[in-house]
Design a protein around this ligand. Structure first.
Ligand SMILES: Nc1ncnc2c1ncn2[C@@H]1O[C@H](COP(=O)(O)OP(=O)(O)OP(=O)(O)O)[C@@H](O)[C@H]1O
Length: 861
C-alpha cells in the first residue's frame, strides 16, 4: 500500500512513537521460564551500542507524539473520538529513552489482550500438538509440560520478565517478518529437501499458512531445530503457533569481527566500568594465555570479574558469516587469525599477508597435544550455493585454497609430532608403479566366481527340511510356469550357527539344478556376508544407492528401508505391481542380531497413511511375509549349556548365574595372556570422544610418523557436510606405519576385501617431493584375512580414489580418495586406521546412557 506523502507531523516517527499513537497494534509478549539455564544478555558479546537502529531505539520525543496525535484527531476519522490526555503525554520524556519503562511493564496486567484476540493468527494449544511433535520434544530432553499449556505455566510463574523482541540481527521480527524468518531457519536446517524448500516458498508466496500439512512439517522441524539453537526462533514459534518455549541447554554468543565494530567496542567505556567480552579476552588471566578467542567464547564467561568455565560449550556465531566474501583476502585471513590464534593486542594482526598465512599454517598443521580446536567459519547457504554454482572444474587452485583454509567442523586434531622432517617419499622406489596399477585394476574390476556347490539334501536337519520342502514346491511351480501354489514370501529365522547359510546353499543348489544359473539371485546385506556365501551385495545387485560406509550392522530401521527399496526395484524389474514384483523371496536372518535402535518394534502396525517413504513401504512388505520357518537346532556348537546361555542372553533373559558368568569374563578380569589376544580387536565405544581417544592413543603408541591427510573439497558446502552426508567421506585422515586399519568399502567381495576387513599399514607411498597433508599415491596394507599379492609380499595396495556425491541440489566433490568413517582414522576404499568405532549411530541417544561391558566370550565351563 502506498499511503502517499506523509504530513510533517507523521514523518520520521520512531518505532516506539508509532506504537504510542497507533490505535490498533498487536502486543507480543515473550516469556522466559525460570528453569535450567536462562538467556542472559550478558552473554551477548557485542553489546547494545547507542547507534543501534530498529526496535532497540526506544527514543521518544514528547512534542512529536503530541503533534502526531493532534494531527490524526483532526484529519483521520478513526481518531475523531480520541481524547488526548495531556497528563499522560507529559509522562513521556521531552526527548529520551523509554527502554527502562518498557522493561518495567507488567505482562500480567495485559489481560485484556490475549494472543487469541489477535486476528489472523491461529494459536495451537499444547494439547493440539500431535504425537510426532511431542516425541520430538521428549527426545530433546526438555521439561515435560504435558497436560498444562505453556500459557498457564507462564501465568503461574512468579517471576515473568519481558525479554527483548526476537530479532534477525538488529531487525525486529514482527508479524510480517516471522514467516520469512521461519522459512530461512527451517530451510537452513533441511538443506537436503527440495520439496520442503518449495513448500516454504508456497507458504510465503501463496499465503497458504493454513495448510495443515505445511504446519505439521514446520512444527516438527522447528521443534527439533530450535530447542537447542536459537531463542529468537523459539520466540517466533511461540508467537505464531503457541508452541511452548524451551530452555536451551546452550548459551549463544555472537562474535562480530567487522572492523568498525571492533573499534567502537574497544574504545567505548560502558557504564559501571563493565567490559565487553572482547576486552575481557584481552585482559584474560595468564593461565588462559594459549586460548584463542573462539575457544574462549565457547568455553568461558566472565561473571563479577571471575572467569567461569561453561558446563556446556556455547554456540558461537561469527559475523561476518562468510569470511571469503569480505572485501579482501587479507581481511579474511586476519579474521581467521583473530578467531583462532591466541592474541593480546589486535595490532599483532596488522602485518603482511604472508606472515598471517604462516601464522595460520602453524596452527593448522603443528597442533599441540592439548589443543583440540576447530576453525569455525559459518557459511550462509546462499553464499555457499552461489559459490558452488560458479565452481569451474578446471580452476583447481581456487578450491584448493579454500580447502586448506578450512577443516570440517567435527574434526578433532591429533598431534603429528615431529613429522615435519620425515622423508615421506621414502617408499616410492620400492614399488613398480605399473605393477601396482595392474593389481589395483584387478581388485577394482570385481567378478564373482560363478560356481554352485551341490548339496546333499539328506544332510538337512528336520528344521531345515521343512523350509527346504516349502521352497522346493515353489521352484517346481516355476518349472511348471503356473501360479504360486504356496506362500512365496518366506522368512527363515535362526540364531548364529543354527544352519541358515547351509540351508541357503541347499536352496541355491536346488534352484540351480531345476532352473539354471540365470533364474535366481543370491544377495547379502553386507560385504562380509556376501563373501561367506559367495554372492554379491543387495546394494550392488539392485543398484540401490549405497548406504553410508561405516561399521554398522543391519538394524530394524535399515531393514525397513532396504525392503522398501527392494520392493521398488523388483516391481520395476518385473514390470509387476504386486509386492516384490510377484517374485518368490526367501529372507534368512536372525532378528535378534539386528542392531538396537530407538524406533518402533520391527513389526509395528503404525504406518503413516499416505506416506510414501521407503521405510513405510518396507514395513508393509515385511508384514506381507506370511510364513516363517524357525531353525531351532544349533549346528555350530554342541555345548548345550553354552547354547542355552546364548539364547537367554540374546533375549535379554539372563539369570543371576548368567550375569555372574558374564562378570567373570569381563575383559578387566582376564589374565594378561588372554587379554593380549584381544589386542588387535575392533573396539566399539559409546561416544565419539571415547573412540577418538582410543584411536589417538593407539596411533601415538606406535611411535611411527603420523600422516595427517586432508580431503580436498571443491565447495564450502563440502566442508560443512557431515560424514554421513558425504557418503562416509571424512575430511581428515590420520595414518601411520603399522597402524591397524579397517576397509570401509567393498573393494572386491570375492577376494574378501570388504567393508570391515581389518589389516595393518605397511607403507604409505608418496610421489617424490610430496608429503602430508597431500594424498599419497597408494597405501600398502597387510590384511588379516587376505593372502595378498605375491609381488607385494602378501600385501594389498589401496590407491586414492575420487569420490563424489549428489545431494538434492548440488554435486559435491571430495578427493580424499580414502573414505573413512567416524572413529576417525581411516581411509575410504582405503582402510581405516581405526581400531575403535562408535556405536551411537544405531543406538541413538538413549543407548549411550547404558554402560558397555567388554566381554570375552570364551571359555564357557
Ligand atoms: N544340516 C547340516 N549338516 C551338517 N552341518 C551343518 C548343517 N547345517 C549347518 N551345518 C554346519 O554348521 C555350521 C553353522 O552353520 P551355518 O554357517 O549355516 O549357520 P548360520 O546360521 O548361517 O550362522 P551365522 O548366523 O553365524 O552365519 C557350519 O559349519 C555348517 O556347515
Amino acid at each position: 500500500m502506498d499511503p502517499g506523502d506523509l504530513p510533517d507531523e507523521l514523518k520520521d516517527l520512531t518505532y516506539v512513537e508509532q506504537q504510542l499513537i497507533a490505535r490498533v497494534h498487536p502486543v507480543i509478549s515473550v516469556y522466559k521460564i525460570k528453569k535450567g539455564e536462562q538467556l542472559s544478555l550478558s552473554n551477548i558479546l557485542t553489546e547494545r551500542v547507542s547507534n543501534c537502529e530498529g526496535f532497540k531505539d526506544f527514543n521518544v520525543r514528547r512534542s512529536k507524539v503530541r503533534d502526531a496525535l493532534v494531527w490524526l484527531k483532526n484529519n483521520n476519522p478513526h481518531y475523531e473520538d480520541v481524547e488526548i490526555s495531556d497528563a499522560n503525554i507529559d509522562l513521556l520524556p521531552l526527548n529520551g529513552d523509554v527502554y527502562l519503562q518498557c522493561r518495567g511493564y507488567d505482562c500480567n496486567d495485559d489481560s485484556s489482550c490475549t494472543p487469541d484476540d489477535i486476528e489472523g493468527v491461529h494459536y495451537l494449544s499444547y494439547s493440539e500438538l500431535d504425537d510426532e511433535a511431542l516425541e520430538g520434544i521428549y527426545l530433546k530432553d526438555v521439561p515435560n509440560l504435558t497436560g498444562i499449556s505453556q500459557r498457564d505455566k507462564v501465568g503461574h510463574s512468579p517471576d515473568n520478565t519481558v525479554l527483548l523482541w526476537p530479532s534477525i540481527g538488529i531487525t525486529p521480527i514482527n508479524e510480517f517478518g516471522s514467516l520469512g524468518y521461519i522459512a530461512k531457519y527451517a530451510a537452513k536446517c533441511e538443506v537436503k529437501s527440495n520439496s520442503y524448500d518449495d513448500l516454504l516458498k508456497n507458504i510465503l508466496s501463496n499465503n497458504q499458512s493454513d495448510d495443515e500439512n505445511c504446519k505439521k512439517i514446520i512444527r516438527k522441524l522447528l521443534i527439533s531445530t530450535c530447542a537447542e539453537r536459537d531463542y529468537s526462533a523459539q520466540d517466533v514459534m511461540f508467537i505464531l503457533m503457541g508452541f511452548p518455549l524451551y530452555h536451551s541447554s546452550r548459551q549463544f554468543v555472537i562474535l562480530n569481527l567487522k572492523d568498525s565494530v571492533w573499534e567502537s567496542i574497544l574504545s567505548c567505556q560502558l557504564e559501571n566500568n563493565r567490559k565487553v567480552f572482547i576486552q575481557h579476552y584481552i585482559d584474560r588471566p595468564q593461565y588462559l594465555e594459549q586460548i584463542s578467542l573462539l575457544e574462549c567464547a565457547k568455553c568461558y564467561y566472565v561473571k563479577s570479574g571471575k572467569w567461569i568455565l561453561r558446563k556446556k560449550s556455547a554456540v558461537v556465531r561469527v559475523f561476518p558469516r562468510n569470511f571469503l566474501s569480505v572485501d579482501s583476502e587479507l581481511e579474511c585471513l586476519k579474521n581467521c587469525c583473530i578467531l583462532n590464534i591466541p592474541w593480546r593486542s589486535i595490532d599483532e594482526f596488522n602485518v603482511p599477508e604472508d606472515i598471517l598465512k604462516n601464522k595460520l599454517d602453524s596452527i593448522s598443521y603443528n597442533w599441540n597435544d592439548s589443543d583440540e580446536c576447530e576453525f569455525l567459519l559459518e557459511w550462509s547457504d546462499n553464499e555457499c550455493d552461489s559459490q558452488s554454482e560458479n565452481f569451474d572444474e578446471d580452476d583447481d587452485n581456487d578450491w584448493k585454497i579454500i580447502s586448506r583454509l578450512n577443516s570440517r567442523k567435527q574434526t578433532k586434531k591429533i598431534s603429528t609430532g615431529e613429522n615435519k622432517n620425515f622423508n615421506w617419499d621414502y617408499a616410492i622406489d620400492k614399488y613398480d608403479l605399473t605393477e601396482i596399477h595392474t593389481i589395483c585394476e584387478t581388485i577394482e574390476s570385481e567378478k564373482v566366481e560363478e560356481y554352485v556347490e551341490i548339496i546333499d539334501y539328506t544332510l538337512l536337519s528336520e528344521d531345515q527340511k521343512r523350509a527346504f520342502q516349502h521352497f522346493c514346491s515353489l521352484v517346481n511351480d516355476c518349472v511348471k510356469g503356473g501360479e504360486w501354489s504356496k506362500e512365496r514370501l518366506i522368512f527363515v529365522q535362526g540364531r548364529a550357527g543354527y544352519g541358515k547359510s547351509f540351508l541357503l546353499k541347499a536352496m541355491e543348489s536346488y534352484c540351480f539344478q531345476k532352473l539354471g544359473l540365470d533364474s535366481y539371485a543370491v544377495v547379502a546385506y553386507s560385504g562380509v556376508a556376501a563373501k561367506n556365501v559367495n554372492c554379491i551385495t543387495i546394494h550392488s545387485f539392485l543398484k540401490i544407492p549405497p548406504k553410508p560406509q561405516y561399521f554398522r550392522d543391519l538394524n530394524g530401521d535399515e531393514l525397513h528401508k532396504l525392503l522398501g527399496m527392494m520392493d521398488q526395484r523388483c516391481r520395476q524389474a518385473k514390470d509387476n505391481d504386486e509386492i516384490l514384483g510377484n517374485l518368490c523371496v526367501v529372507m534368512l536372518g536372525d532378528i535378534h542380531q539386528l542392531g538396537p535402535i530407538f524406533d518402533n518394534p520391527l513389526y509395528t502396525q503404525q504406518l503413516n497413511v499416505g506416506s510414501n517413504s521407503f521405510s513405510q513401504r518396507g514395513k508393509l512388505v515385511l508384514m506381507s511375509f506370511e510364513i516363517c520357518f524357525f531353525l531351532c537346532t544349533a549346528m555350530r556348537f554342541d555345548n548345550h549349556d553354552y547354547i542355552q546361555f546364548l539364547d537367554r542372553v540374546s533375549c535379554g533373559m539372563c539369570t543371576k548365574t548368567d550375569v555372574k558368568m558374564l562378570r567373570k569374563r569381563s575383559i578387566l578380569n582376564l589374565k594378561e595372556v588372554e587379554r593380549l589376544q584381544f589386542k588387535n580387536c575392533l573396539r566399539i565405544c559409546a561416544k565419539k570422544d571415547a573412540s577418538h581417544e582410543c584411536n589417538t592413543s593407539n596411533l601415538k603408541n606406535l611411535g611411527s610418523p603420523i600422516a595427517r591427510i586432508a580431503a580436498e573439497n571443491n565447495s564450502k558446502k563440502a566442508f560443512s557436510c557431515t560424514d554421513d552426508m558425504a557418503n562416509g567421506l571424512s575430511n581428515v585422515l590420520y595414518l601411520a606405519l603399522n597402524s591397524r586399519i579397517m576397509l570401509r568399502k567393498n573393494l572386491n567381495v570375492s577376494m574378501g576385501l570388504v567393508n570391515g576387513a581389518l589389516g595393518t599399514i605397511k607403507d604409505i607411498t608418496y610421489a617424490k617431493g610430496c608429503r602430508p597433508p597431500q594424498l599419497p599415491l597408494f597405501v600398502v596394507v597387510q590384511f588379516d584375512d587376505h593372502d595378498g599379492f605375491e609381488a607385494l609380499d602378501g600385501n594389498v595396495p589401496i590407491r586414492a580414489s575420487q569420490a563424489d556425491w549428489l545431494s538434492s541440489l548440488h554435486l559435491y566433490l571430495t578427493l580424499p580418495g580414502f573414505e573413512p568413517r567416524t572413529a576417525g582414522l581411516g581411509f575410504d576404499a582405503l582402510a581405516h586406521a581405526a581400531k575403535a568405532t562408535t556405536y551411537e549411530q544405531p543406538c541413538s541417544n538413549p543407548m549411550s546412557f547404558f554402560p558397555m561391558y567388554w566381554l570375552a566370550p570364551e571359555p564357557f565351563p
